[in-house]
Ligand binder design. Structure first.
Ligand code: EPU
Length: 420
């Protein structure tokens, strides 16, 4: 295990290139199970969750080569349909193989993903969607065992109590590509990652319209074929670097991003005092100015994403007023608050709301990452804090950020990875 040692109070300056999106790459990789033909992907980030998905696909009969962001997937066995606990427990997004396996192999046995540090994470919507398409599903011995002689298109409303679900929308959309007839998903998630997956599926021969809106129409086809695709940039990584520029009073040119995908976060970070200049559709410059308190709710796309909540919290922990952040997606996703308080922040959690009273400065401390984004928030805080911080359990951060310390070092930040 490794930890980060970060020396704070360094202003980050320079240019950073945003990697491909983890949360677009993962379902797109899973979609390779919809064909026995070759898939070539570009701009795939090299990070732990991608390595876990590679392992899972290999377990399911694929042969994979991965270098410099290029991922080539070929099939060597077509009779495997089980996603084991050992892999699924490492990454909840493994559930994305359910729809493709069921659609193509008519059988899927996927370990039931448990909860995680960001709270309970049910999968009822996924199951509802698969059942609506005609699957029979049993949950036994910790596995979701799904069988379908055939899948038949339907109109399915996928809204849950906390709104749409990204992975359930993706799962049902993938399954419906090979179903008989027309599927209409109502209450679909509108995230850019859903749209990117649809673009990829269409390049394989699927017939999908409306992805990126709450209504997606999928006309089933007989088979899907070989395809090549470039994954969209990671909007959460871009937001993470905006927060870093803001808190360190730095100036970071953020390139290879998609400005359209981060319009709302840019607005929120600007209200929190980060000056964001849009250079063109893929480049911005974020400059730290005086940090201001904000009031914001996390909501599904296009609004402020839950995956940037901890980073924003770290930023406004040193504003000159009281900020209020309400979590509308994962109401328990606040484990980072206690760690930020260890650094001198003044954060109180009241249900799904965090009340953040700005303090003059944060001070370096030993802190622990509880999940990927919480870890990113702590890195942001440590970069600005007085003195040295030690962040434990950075394997959480490795799950979702490509070359984070290299990128931070290239901006002048002092960060080292050392054995824990
Ligand atoms: N939900 C249900 N039932 C379900 C599925 C979801 O009630 O069957 C609820 C969830 O508990 C939550 C809400 O619906 O309250 C939305 O969750 P969603 O299903 O959209 O989350 P997800 O698809 O499992 C993806 C991302 C997460 C990101 C969320 C929300 C991937 C691989 N993961 O998860 O990313 O936080 O959408 O935007 O796309 C991360 O990258 O750190 C991460 C956690």
């Amino acid at each position: 295990m490794y930890k980060y040692i970060i020396k704070g109070e360094k202003s980050l300056k320079g240019e950073v290139k945003i990697s491909g999106a983890k949360n677009a790459s993962l379902p797109i990789m899973a979609a390779s199970l919809l064909t026995n033909e070759k898939i070539v992907l570009h701009n795939v980030p090299d990070l732990m969750d991608i390595r876990t998905m590679i392992l899972l696909l290999e377990y399911l009969g694929k042969k994979i080569e991965f270098s410099n962001g290029r991922l080539v997937i070929e099939e060597i066995r077509d009779d495997l349909y089980e996603a084991p606990y050992d892999i699924v427990r490492k990454m909840r997004a493994s559930i994305a193989v359910l729809g493709p396996l069921l659609a193509r192999k008519r059988r899927a046995k996927v370990s039931f993903p448990g909860g995680c540090a960001i709270g309970p994470r049910p999968i009822d919507i996924h199951i509802r969607g698969m059942k609506a398409l005609g699957a029979e599903i049993e949950i036994e011995h910790g596995y979701i065992d799904a069988v379908a002689k055939e899948l038949t298109g339907k109109t399915i409303n996928l809204l849950g109590t906390n709104g749409p679900s990204v992975l359930a929308t993706e799962n049902v959309m993938m399954a419906a590509t090979l179903a008989n007839g027309l599927t209409i998903i109502e209450g679909a998630a509108c995230e850019p990652e859903v749209e990117d997956l649809a673009r990829f599926l269409n390049s394989m021969g699927a017939k999908i319209e409306g992805a990126g809106t709450p209504f997606i129409k999928i006309e089933g086809v007989k088979e899907l074929k070989s395809a090549e695709h470039r994954v969209i940039p990671d909007r959460i990584e871009a937001g993470t670097f905006i927060a870093m520029a803001g808190i360190t009073m730095g100036e970071i040119k953020i390139s290879d991003t998609n400005v359209k995908h981060i319009e709302y976060p840019i607005d929120v970070f600007s209200r929190a005092g980060v000056e964001v200049e849009i250079i063109n559709e893929s480049t911005i410059i974020a400059r730290g100015k005086k940090i201001k308190p904000i009031e914001v709710e996390t909501l599904p796309y296009p609004f402020f994403p839950t995956d940037l909540q901890s980073q924003l919290m770290a930023l406004v922990s040193t504003s000159d007023g009281i900020s209020i952040i309400t979590e509308k997606i994962f109401p328990d996703r606040f484990l980072h608050a206690a760690e930020l308080n260890r650094m001198g922040a003044d954060i109180k959690i009241d249900g799904a709301t965090a009340i953040i009273k700005g303090v003059e400065y944060l001070s370096g401390a030993s802190i622990m990452a509880s999940d990927l984004r919480a870890g990113a928030g702590l890195v942001i805080a440590a970069l600005a804090a007085r003195g040295e911080s030690e962040i434990l359990r950075i394997y959480h951060i490795d799950r979702g950020y490509e070359k984070l310390e290299e990128k931070i070092k290239s901006l002048g930040g002092e960060i080292e990875r050392v054995p824990q």
